[in-house]
Design a protein around this ligand. Structure first.
Ligand SMILES: *Cc1c(COP(=O)(O)O)cnc(C)c1O
Length: 447
């Protein structure tokens, strides 16, 4: 499905708008169009229709490589829930990363497309019997146990004579993250087992009594959109403290530590980003000194970035359907909305959309970009500058759209989900096709 679209000649015009949060390949053509991966966004919209999600393959791969460079001795595991399709699994696999999944669905898709199951980690606070059975059938590398009942449930499914590697998700008691809905490092939320009240220690003893479970380490995930190194350093200190207690109580030295993901990216120019190389250095230092102090060998690290791998590689492209001026507000309504991007409605995230496809000499005016759904809360970007002459038929692009848009997409209003198009080196290819009316009809089987 690869077709070539003539690459746009590189010419970043001086004084061009701030494209710092766009993929590194992004080039304005000087006439209002923008190329990503050497492909004009106008041509993508014409060829594949709108709304459409564009994914810059090289940006994904380069981000994977940057993680390997920063953490050369760690397992880097991509958190599939940020975005998964077969091509994404291939890219991540080819770049040497592992994969972190939370459901039988993510797991099946990855393994049936050739992802090595031993490099997969299964998570979840409430794994269904199907999730666990699929994980065992396909042979995933590690399963992260998140509650006491899961220990026996999992052990009961393991055939006699075989063993499954597991980790325990602990709550390190570190508050970090961009929004309450994504803060997972403290005792007041559903994930993990508390160190403070002893439930982590209790579950660890239960696992150690199960001959079919091989406990290989501790896991934590602090939250999302964390821009500072300090929460990770604190988490290392707490987890190494727990490793030492496990050694003292059970005589077992666990060889692995998983610090989860949550690394912040910028959704608007100037927003804070996690400096991955700096965090890697701080984590390495803390690990070395805490382990030396506790007389423990340094465990092998796993990190699980999701958003920071794929978020900045994606661009959402919409067509303006109507422009409505009511009192002081101008609403620019596009042909997608909360069904393909629920993040503004869920977390109040702010985006920086821009006009593409034509140059406008009009002064910017403050507008609210809204979707097409039947809710007043269906806002993609409130109070953002767009050219004053924005009109139906224009294309609006939203950068940093690669993570937690389509993976959280819904069917609201029975609007079909948009396609995903990969761009690289001047060519565009369809990865996931648009959901059609036939797709929607076909699931509805009763009367
Ligand atoms: C969501 C999640 C991640 C990835 O988080 P990002 O913010 O996308 O980096 C990693 N590990 C676990 C366990 C998660 O739940």
């Amino acid at each position: 499905m690869t077709t070539s679209i003539a690459p746009i000649a590189p010419q970043r015009s001086p004084g061009a708008d701030d494209l710092s949060i766009w993929p590194a390949s992004t080039l304005p053509d000087g006439h209002g169009d923008i190329a990503v991966g050497g492909v004009s966004l106008t041509e993508v919209a014409e060829r594949f229709g709108t709304p459409v999600y564009v994914l810059d393959e090289d940006e994904v791969r380069n981000r994977c490589r940057a993680y390997h460079r920063a953490f050369p001795d760690a397992d880097v595991v991509y958190a599939a829930k940020a975005f998964l399709c077969r091509a994404m699994a291939h890219w991540v696999e080819e770049e040497g990363l592992g994969l972190d999944v939370c459901s039988a669905g993510e797991l099946e898709l990855a393994v049936t497309t050739g992802f090595p199951p031993e490099r997969i980690v299964l998570h979840g606070n409430a794994k269904s019997p199907q999730d666990l059975q699929t994980a065992l059938r396909l042979g995933v590398g590690r399963i992260v146990i998140d509650s006491a009942p899961e220990v026996v449930r999992l052990a009961a499914l393991i055939p006699a004579g075989s063993r499954q590697q597991v980790m325990v998700r602990v709550v390190p008691g570190v508050a970090a993250g961009g929004h309450a809905a994504v803060r997972t490092g403290t005792d007041d939320q559903k994930f993990g087992l508390s160190i403070t009240d002893g439930s982590a220690q209790h579950v660890i003893s239960r696992i150690l009594r199960q001959p079919s479970l091989e406990l290989v380490g501790l896991h934590c995930h602090l939250g999302s959109q964390i821009a500072a190194a300090k929460p990770y350093v604190l988490a290392v200190r707490r987890l190494v403290g727990l490793l030492a207690r496990i050694r003292d109580v059970h005589g077992v030295t666990l060889p692995q530590l998983d610090l989860g993901g949550g690394h912040a990216v910028a959704y608007r120019p100037g927003e804070e980003v996690l400096d991955v190389a700096a965090v890697a250095g701080r984590v390495r230092d803390e690990l070395a000194s805490s382990c030396a102090a506790a007389d423990l060998p340094v465990p092998r690290l796993t990190i699980e970035p999701g958003r920071a791998i794929v978020g900045p590689a994606g661009v959402a492209l919409y067509r303006v359907l109507t422009v409505k001026r009511t009192g002081e507000h101008t609403f620019v309504a596009v042909d997608g909305g909360m069904s393909d991007n629920p993040r503004p409605a869920l977390y109040g995230v702010r985006y920086a959309p821009r006009l593409v496809g034509r140059r406008s000499a009009a002064e910017p005016s403050r507008v609210t970009v809204v979707g097409r759904h039947c809710e007043a809360g269906d806002v993609l970007a409130a109070d953002v500058p767009l050219p004053g002459d924005i009109r139906p038929g224009d294309l609006v692009a939203v950068p940093v759209a690669g993570a937690y848009h389509l993976s959280m997409a819904s069917h609201y209003n029975l609007v079909g989900r948009p396609p995903v198009v990969a761009v690289t080196e001047g060519s565009a290819r369809l990865l996931v096709r648009r959901e059609t009316l036939a797709d929607i009809r076909s699931r509805d089987v009763g009367l």
